[in-house]
Structures are given as structure tokens and as C-alpha cells.
Design a protein around this ligand. Structure first.
Ligand code: ACO
Length: 376
């Protein structure tokens, strides 16, 4: 063994600076480029938040109009992507499908085919906008395919959030429900050096390309300890069934030392800064739907788990039921997180490239002592 202090899971280790977002667990606050995320969620289209993360400033009206026009022009999928989707087993997990499609999108980018084209801020801004525009169309097509439905082409008269819901369901929910979806996208967009963003930065640090970084980040996001928790929350709700069952279910789950999905956070120990905003948004949908069963389960599990363990909900706890009420399949929740977080990931890829150092930590060896192959 070794005397070296091991920081398992890099807990508490500060590996670099970032100007993209500030997570302050003491004040339960989260700033994107200096702006409180609650203020952005209350006032900004998701397109403006993406622009802010990439450029450092909110867009002027002209800049926003020009960005929106570009985004709308990039939404349609290439026929080769539909052909690829046809080759993937229909019961594959949507996270694996979206990861595969993003990898394919990288192969369409001819600027990657020439040496030296991999890391270039102007090209990376274009690539980021391309992925931002394509991902809703991909996720909507994957959702519809699960239900045996044909894809619905994007509409360039609709903003990001409306178009996303239109392509998924072929109809638009109430303005209030569209707004809940927009708020969830804003809240999921960025969160400093979380596991998937750090993965993207590790890949970018080798001077690999942005698509590769996003593919790797999707792999990290899939796990239930990270983004996969929004899906896992709903599996837990389905397992429990109703508010009356929460107490007995929790007794069993805690006796089995199960992790209760949607609770806990590596950085926030007194509650996740994003939860109050998403909780309010969820309540809009609960009120609209009149689903008292889901509301009761949501409130009871939170109350009883916090009372027993003192561990608070994270963003995935209110967003899981919100996405169910919007009509998405449970397995599509984490792909929705991809569509939002691609903004933060790509901002970090560009920041990493701008002052790069290869990310290569050390390890302490604790295997067998040196030995020799017999006869060698
Ligand atoms: N359910 C039950 N116990 C928990 C939970 C939970 N959700 N979260 C933490 N604990 C307990 C652990 O069992 C551990 O107890 P012990 O000290 O008795 O062994 C203690 O709290 C510390 O937990 P760790 O897992 O060591 O803390 P860490 O900082 O590594 O964990 C994590 C953070 C991974 C998010 C954890 O809270 C968890 O697994 N939560 C459930 C998954 C989840 O919701 N992930 C979403 C994260 S947020 C996001 O991606 C938007």
C-alpha cells in the first residue's frame, strides 16, 4: 500500500478553473456566466441560454434572432441518420441510440476529415449549434419509433421548446406546459465539473474533436448515479405504486442498502439549488393533470426519505415526474438531459481547448509485487 492520500472519486479535488458556471453549495446557488439560473429560467428562451454558455454574454435581440434562424435551419435529419436508426434494434436503450447517432453526426462533418480541423473555436461553435439543433429531432424520432410512429419533421415557425414537443407528439400542450419543458432545459444545461462534463473535458484535453467528447459525455450521463437518475426515479415510483406504500417500501429499500434515486448530490449537501424552480414547474403540470396519485407519491417519498436520512432531492427528482406528465416514455428522460446538457458540455470543450493541459492523473499501485514469468 502507499502513504499517498487517495482522493477516491476525485471528491473535493479542484482540477481547473472555469468561467462557465459557479456552483455554490453553501448558498445553494448556481450561476451561469454570473447569472442566477433561477433568473434565466424565469426569463430566457433556451436558445439564449445556449448562446450565453458558449459566448459568455446573453445575446442582443439581433444576435438572438440570427442564432435562432441558424438553429432552425440545422434541425432536419440527414436521410443517412434515418437509415442508421433503421439498423438499430428497436428495443435498444434510447441513450445508446442517441450516443450512436451523435457519433454518426461527427462523420458527416467534413472539417474533421482534414488534419488540424479538430480543435478550432469557430468550427466548434458551428458544431455545437449543429448538435444543439439536431438532438431534439433525434430524440423526438427515437421516442416516436418506440411507439411505432413515423417521425415528424421540424417546424421552423416554432421555437426550440415548442418544436421539440411538436416533433415528439404532433401536437402542442398548453403554453404553461411548454414553459415547464423550457425551464427543465435551462436547469439541466450546465453544472460545472460533473461526471459527464469532466469526461468531455478529458477527451477534449487529448485534442480530440468535439463530437468524440460529446459521445463520451453521453456514456457518462447514462449511469443512474448521474443523469440516468431521472429515469430511475420513475422506475422507483412505478415499483412503489402509491403514497400508502412509501413507508413499507422505504423500510425494505433502506434495509437492503439501496440508493434512493433522485436524492443526494456530491456537491450539494443541503439541497440542490435547481430543485425549488423545477418543483414549482412540476406543480403546474400536477395541477393541470389533476394526477393526485402521482402528487401524493412524490410528496410522501420526499418527506419520508428526508426525515429518515436527511438527504435532499436533486434535480432529477422533480424532473422525472414532470417529463412523465408531459408524455415522454421513462427511457427518454435521460436523452432529454442530453439535449439540454450538450450546451454545457460543448462550452466546456471550447474552454478546455482554449487553455489546454492534458488531463492525466496518477494512480497508486496496490497489486501484487513484481514477479517473473517462469522460465523467462
Ligand atoms: N439513497 C440512499 N442513501 C444515499 C443516497 C441515496 N440517494 N445518497 C447518498 N446516500 C448515502 C450513502 O449510502 C452514504 O451512506 P454511508 O456513509 O452510510 O455509506 C452517504 O449517503 C454518502 O453517499 P455517497 O454515495 O458516498 O456520496 P456521493 O457524494 O458519492 O454521492 C450521489 C452522490 C452519487 C449522487 C448519491 O447521492 C446517489 O447515489 N444518489 C442517487 C442517484 C442520483 O440521484 N443521482 C443524480 C445526481 S444529480 C444529477 O445528475 C442531476
Amino acid at each position: 500500500m502507499t502513504d499517498t492520500e487517495i482522493k477516491k472519486g476525485l471528491a473535493g479535488v479542484v482540477v481547473d478553473t472555469t468561467a462557465i458556471s459557479k456552483v455554490n453549495p453553501e448558498s445553494n446557488s448556481l450561476l451561469y456566466r454570473g447569472y442566477p439560473v433561477q433568473e434565466l429560467a424565469a426569463s430566457q428562451p433556451f436558445e439564449a441560454v445556449a448562446y450565453l454558455l458558449w459566448h459568455g454574454e446573453l445575446p442582443t435581440a439581433e444576435q438572438l434572432a440570427s442564432f435562432e434562424a441558424m438553429e432552425r435551419s440545422l434541425r432536419s435529419l440527414d436521410p443517412r441518420t434515418f437509415a442508421l436508426l433503421d439498423t438499430i434494434p428497436s428495443d435498444a436503450h434510447p441513450m445508446d441510440i442517441v450516443r450512436t447517432v451523435v457519433s454518426q453526426l461527427g462523420t458527416f462533418d467534413e472539417t474533421l476529415h482534414r488534419p488540424g480541423g479538430w480543435t478550432d473555436r469557430e468550427l466548434d461553435l458551428g458544431r455545437s449549434a449543429y448538435l444543439f439543433a439536431q438532438l431534439p429531432t433525434v430524440v423526438a424520432a427515437v421516442q416516436r419509433r418506440r411507439r411505432g410512429q413515423e417521425p415528424i419533421p421540424p417546424r421552423d415557425d416554432l421555437d426550440y421548446a415548442r418544436n421539440f414537443l411538436w416533433m415528439t407528439f404532433g401536437e402542442l400542450p398548453s403554453d404553461a406546459a411548454v414553459d415547464v419543458f423550457r425551464v427543465s432545459m435551462v436547469l439541466y444545461a450546465e453544472h460545472s465539473f460533473n461526471a459527464s462534463t469532466f469526461t468531455a473535458r478529458v477527451i477534449a484535453s487529448t485534442t480530440s474533436d468535439l463530437y468524440s467528447a460529446v459521445v463520451g459525455a453521453i456514456g457518462a450521463l447514462k449511469g443512474p448515479l448521474h443523469g440516468g437518475a431521472n429515469e430511475a426515479v420513475m422506475h422507483i415510483f412505478d415499483e412503489i405504486g402509491s403514497a400508502d406504500e412509501v413507508g413499507a417500501w422505504l423500510d425494505r429499500a433502506l434495509a437492503e442498502k439501496r440508493k434512493i434515486m433522485g436524492f443526494g448530490h456530491r456537491v450539494y449537501k443541503h439541497g440542490d439549488s435547481r430543485v425549488p424552480t423545477m418543483d414549482r414547474a412540476l406543480r403546474v403540470l400536477l395541477d393541470e393533470s389533476g394526477d393526485t396519485g402521482l402528487a401524493g407519491l412524490y410528496e410522501t417519498l420526499e418527506r419520508e426519505f428526508v426525515a429518515r436520512k436527511g438527504i435532499y432531492p436533486n434535480l432529477d427528482y422533480p424532473s422525472g415526474p414532470a417529463y412523465r406528465l408531459l408524455g415522454f416514455d421513462t427511457e427518454i428522460f435521460t436523452p432529454l438531459f442530453i439535449a439540454a446538457r450538450v450546451t454545457g458540455w460543448t462550452a466546456h470543450v471550447m474552454e478546455q481547448a482554449a487553455s489546454n493541459a492534458l488531463i492525466r492523473p496518477l494512480s497508486a499501485y496496490d497489486g501484487v509485487d513484481e514477479r517473473h514469468v517462469p522460465g523467462a
